[in-house]
Design a protein around this ligand. Structure first.
Ligand SMILES: Cc1cc2nc3c(=O)[nH]c(=O)nc-3n(C[C@H](O)[C@H](O)[C@H](O)COP(=O)(O)OP(=O)(O)OC[C@H]3O[C@@H](n4cnc5c(N)ncnc54)[C@H](O)[C@@H]3O)c2cc1C
Length: 59
């Protein structure tokens, strides 16, 4: 099961701050989503949560 959440952070002055992508699950689907997002948006902050000891590295 995979869930991705995309949201915006607000700066102290109420302005939009850096965009962040949070991916739950670091196997095939999660790491593919993360690497695709990185290719499309270089400055995106990406966080992947993986409960196991390993992640996919071929995405
Ligand atoms: C017996 C078997 C054989 C297979 N053989 C092949 C094959 O030969 N070739 C092939 O291409 N495909 C094969 N597949 C299919 C392949 O394994 C799956 O399609 C692929 O792993 C799906 O990846 P996924 O990232 O969608 O999900 P998953 O692999 O299920 O990854 C989900 C990840 O999310 C993590 N996770 C879940 N909940 C949380 C949470 N709350 N917090 C943090 N992390 C969390 C899990 O630890 C896991 O790493 C096989 C599948 C099975 C069952």
């Amino acid at each position: 099961m995979k869930m991705t959440e995309r949201f915006f952070l607000r700066g102290g002055d109420g302005s939009m701050a850096k965009e962040r992508l949070v991916v739950i699950g670091g196997d095939a689907a999660g790491m593919t989503a993360a690497s695709q997002a990185r290719r499309q948006k270089r400055d995106l902050e990406i966080i992947v949560f993986e409960r196991g000891p390993h992640t996919s590295y071929a995405a």
